[in-house]
Design a protein around this ligand. Sequence first.
Ligand code: AMP
Ligand code: ZN
Length: 479
Amino acid sequence: MTTIKLHNTKTRKKEDFAPIDPDNVRMYVCGPTVYDRAHLGNARPVVVFDVLYRLLRHVYGADHVTYVRNFTDVDDKINARAAESGRKISEITAETTQWFLDDMAALGALEPDEMPRATQYIPQMVAMIETLIDKGYAYEAEGHVLFAVDSWREGYGKLSGRSVDDMIAGARVEVAPYKRNPMDFVLWKPSSDDLPGWDSPWGRGRPGWHSECSAMSYELLGESFDIHGGGNDLMFPHHENEIAQSCCAHPEGGFANFWLHNEMLQVEGKKMSKSLGNFFTVRDLLDQGVPGEVIRFVFLSTHYRKPMDWTAEKRDQAKQALRNYFLQAFVLAPSNGAAEEECPEIIAALADDLNTSMALSLLEKHDDSGNVAALRFGLKVLGLKPSGNWFKPTSLEFEKDGFLLSLQYYDTLPQNVRNQIVRVLGAYAHARRNKNYPEADRLRIAAQSVGLDLRAVKGRDAHAEAHLDFDPAKLEALE
Ligand code: AMP
Ligand code: ZN
């Protein structure tokens, strides 16, 4: 069996991964807070852990992996969105949840086996908080319940590599007067009548953000499981707090054995932010006609532990590469040769701490050498599936001046570019008919230099074919 190596944040080392139970490999990943469309950065952990999920399913068998990813549907950002829009919270969270699932499916992400919502696990959170109070790890103060970090000094801060004292020194936030230690974090907080709330031993209230992941992972995966993932922005405080809650409530278990964190996504070298004007959602890109699999391909080109830069250039290169691979795998190769053949090199690349860029370069190798079976396998294991016919040539035929003109082009060519090609094609046919061969040759040669083939059949029909390297930007010069 393939040995998977993963970089474990807990030990800061690449380690051999050995599941607690190979018959049920268990992974938990922190999911989105549902109040708005997912931005492009939010998609990165989804794609990264989808690749890992696919690899685990390949190695251990699809029925032997349990992947849990939550939806945070109780949160102050959601409450604020409801207040400003006048809409019901349940409406906002239901709509946003569906948007998230649709957008991530467009990126080729498989749905996790379980997608628990925080609001469905309130009793489990209350029970966990009661346990923490009983064991002396948490205390009630002014309707809040707080985790006392001083009660677990030996563990708190280990994942992110900080001591409680350093954290206090670095904290600049105003400290609530009811906290015993400035680093104590909220497990439960009171809700006013206009906010979502549930009855609890501490009055009507709602959970703090960190409570849900501990309660849900315990319920669905047990006190010890194999992998916990998320963006590296979650390492502190969210993951640190999850560990404190889970390890103190269930000391018989070890919580997560492996912690994996993806680095952040940037746009054209800058942090993505609304104020910089470079903020966009996955849906924005899809609506602009960027196929989801192209977005995925760009993501896979950077290792998950490195910052990833989204650029228009990478998007275009990814599209070109994928078009070639899809054509080779699904159009040029005989369709009855559906055979797929496992490529051990691709699996080895992924098993080496998800070396996805290496896996992509192996796709290129298989494309170059015409190894269609391995290419198909690679595309599948990487979750790169055509979302439509964008990569297939389409043809268009029409009559003009008694000529039959035909154009082979790609769906992705915008209408105005198609019109331009048709004009060039018309000029070419016209020159041929008038036996103006120097002009016809000039057009043919010039068209060739931009990746467009012009051909005439017996002086009667003319045909244009846009190549893969066709560059519409240079077309204007021909007219
Ligand atoms: P949030 O909506 O901020 O709670 O983030 C949801 C998920 O998206 C978390 O797993 C974050 O780690 C991840 N995330 C947010 N921003 C980025 C980014 N720029 N790059 C990569 N992941 C991100
Ligand atoms: Zn979490």
